[in-house]
Design a protein around this ligand. Structure first.
Ligand SMILES: C[S@@+](CC[C@H](N)C(=O)[O-])C[C@H]1O[C@@H](n2cnc3c(N)ncnc32)[C@H](O)[C@@H]1O
Length: 265
């Protein structure tokens, strides 16, 4: 299958995601000897950060994109870390059983083909009473990428092209995601939405961020010519998103936390 991720493009904007992953990581209690799974590790920035916390433990980063894992391994070579490993693996193909103290997944679940199964497999990966933290953006009509997409489609009269198109991202309601976790017997489940600022500096950075996060998916529906016009229009529409400081957009993210049930309690 074609790898739709370009690790170089993602690396150039992933630093901007910093404050978002901090919120997730700050809610998980790491101990120095913990075994941790980073599900959908991307270019590995967060995985390396966590490896620095669990110094006597271990972090495994998995990602379905070979390009991302290649980038992780390249970065690993220049670091003095022996407690990190990366493998190419789809979250829907996880086959761990009770191996991790913490599993987390940052900005991945919106892409996942079968999120219900992914949640099951993350649960199975956890040790008893191990904890899970998930965060992902909600690509609803308030998301800036969806706003500029809708505007560009209207402006370029592309409605027919998208009429039978199936929206590819997972956008659950918080209550539904909570219900899924409780059905799987996660305990102390906490699911909430939070709007976080994304500070992108120059507008080209926001374009690059959208480009790494889904513009290609929208554009794949179009002919080459129309896709070019569409991308140019998106660049223009991004300018219209500017607010008072010219470089921040805000959008909702879903946070989900819970523990694997401790049986025989
Ligand atoms: C927005 S990036 C986030 C990367 C990283 N977690 C971070 O915080 O920077 C999304 C990542 O999810 C990965 N991904 C998407 N679907 C996946 C799946 N089904 N299984 C594993 N990884 C997946 C992509 O390859 C990409 O690296």
């Amino acid at each position: 299958m074609k790898d739709k991720w370009d690790s170089k493009k993602y690396k150039s904007i992933s630093g901007l995601q910093g404050n978002i992953s901090n919120e997730l990581i700050s809610q998980l209690t790491f101990k120095g000897n913990y075994h941790v799974l980073d599900a959908g590790c991307g270019t590995g920035d967060l995985t390396f950060k966590v490896a620095g916390i669990v110094k006597e433990g271990f972090v495994l980063g998995i990602d379905s994109s070979p390009s991302m894992i290649e980038k992780c391994n390249e970065s690993l070579q220049s670091k003095n870390l022996s407690n990190v490993r990366f493998i190419t693996k789809d979250i829907n193909e996880l086959d761990f059983s009770g191996e991790f103290d913490i599993v987390y997944s940052n900005s991945v679940f919106h892409w996942v083909k079968d999120p219900v199964q992914a949640l099951d497999l993350l649960y199975e990966s956890l040790k008893l009473s191990g904890s899970m933290g998930i965060q992902f953006p909600l690509l609803n009509s308030l998301h800036p990428m969806i706003i500029v997409f809708n505007k560009a489609v209207k402006k370029l009269k592309l409605e027919d092209e998208y009429r039978s198109w199936k929206f590819p991202w997972y956008v659950p309601a918080s209550d539904d995601f909570k219900a899924l976790m409780e059905k799987k017997e996660f305990e102390e489940v906490k699911v909430y939405k939070k709007s976080l600022d994304f500070n992108y500096g120059k507008s080209i950075n926001l374009y690059k961020s959208f480009d790494s996060a889904g513009l290609g998916v929208f554009a794949s529906v179009l002919s080459k010519e129309k896709a070019e016009a569409f991308r140019a229009e998106i660049k223009k529409e991004i300018e219209t998103l500017k607010n008072s400081d010219n470089s921040t957009v805000s959008f909702e993210r879903l946070f989900a936390l819970g523990f694997r049930k401790l049986t025989n309690r």
